[in-house]
Design a protein around this ligand. Structure first.
Ligand SMILES: Nc1nc2c(ncn2[C@@H]2O[C@H](COP(=O)(O)OP(=O)(O)OP(=O)(O)O)[C@@H](O)[C@H]2O)c(=O)[nH]1
Ligand SMILES: [Mg+2]
Length: 222
């Protein structure tokens, strides 16, 4: 019974995701769904990424959290158009479902955007199951989380189109094997592109920015 309910929820989500996909296609905007466990550095990575991409690439952000507008406040400083979704109004969901995205996207007004980034709620499990009509999924893992996480939470890495290994500035202070975590990611998803960065020091950003720019160009022609 529980399995049937879960199946219906995901089927209903897929219908909404298809509507979002059509909307984003009509608006000719490239959409990235950024996911990770809480605190691995999604917002910090985005703050640095947005400053480096704009104004050449016009970026908007929808940020999801259960409570607070902290992340929207941090992201707005970059000058990007930002809107926050708080799921505590809808029961405190631990992921952004497709039906929550469209109103925020309309509120941002995607007509003058090349790139829309959705910072999903911090959670390495549920967001991977909910298609939001995005073009690409990015997963962020930080070096403080353990090399085994891609093996323990494989769905997130399987559905990802790109992975960011963040906080590499901390490597000198940790017993963390960066090669092993990348091998584990590739065991789950063999050709997954992985970018090793520090959102704090901005080390390693160029290949990640280049990947994003190419993807935006491939969809929008801009
Ligand atoms: N040393 C170091 N700290 C970082 C780095 N990136 C982020 N942080 C810190 O890690 C903490 C969490 O970063 P956030 O960007 O808020 O993480 P998040 O994934 O957006 O968190 P949620 O939205 O709550 O899921 C903050 O204190 C950041 O300053 C990094 O590259 N190096
Ligand atoms: Mg955040």
């Amino acid at each position: 019974m529980e399995i049937n309910i879960q199946k219906r929820v995901l089927e209903a989500n897929e219908t909404e995701a298809d509507k979002n996909r059509k909307f984003f296609k009509d608006k000719n905007v490239f959409v990235v769904n950024m996911m990770s466990s809480p605190g691995s550095g999604k917002t910090e990575t985005l703050c640095k990424t947005l400053v480096k991409l704009m104004p050449d690439i016009r970026v908007g952000v929808i940020v999801g959290d259960i409570c607070t507008t902290n992340d929207a406040d941090r992201l707005e400083v970059t000058g990007a158009k930002v809107t926050q979704i708080n799921t505590d109004q809808f029961g405190g969901d631990c992921h952004l479902a497709a039906n929550l995205i469209i109103d925020s996207a309309k509120q941002l007004g995607c007509d003058d955007l090349d790139l829309l980034i959705v910072e999903n709620i911090g959670n390495l499990v549920c967001p991977a199951e909910f298609d939001i009509g995005e073009d690409a999924r990015a997963v962020v893992l930080s070096v403080t989380e353990g090399e085994d996480k891609p093996l323990k939470y494989p769905l997130m890495f399987r559905v990802a189109d790109v992975a960011i290994l963040n906080k590499i500035d901390l490597l000198p202070y940790l017993d963390f094997d960066a090669k092993l975590v990348v091998d584990n990611m590739k065991q789950v998803h063999p050709h997954l592109p992985v970018f090793e960065i520090s959102a704090k020091t901005e080390e390693g950003f160029e290949p990640w920015l280049e990947w994003l720019k190419i993807k935006v160009f491939e969809k929008t022609g801009r």
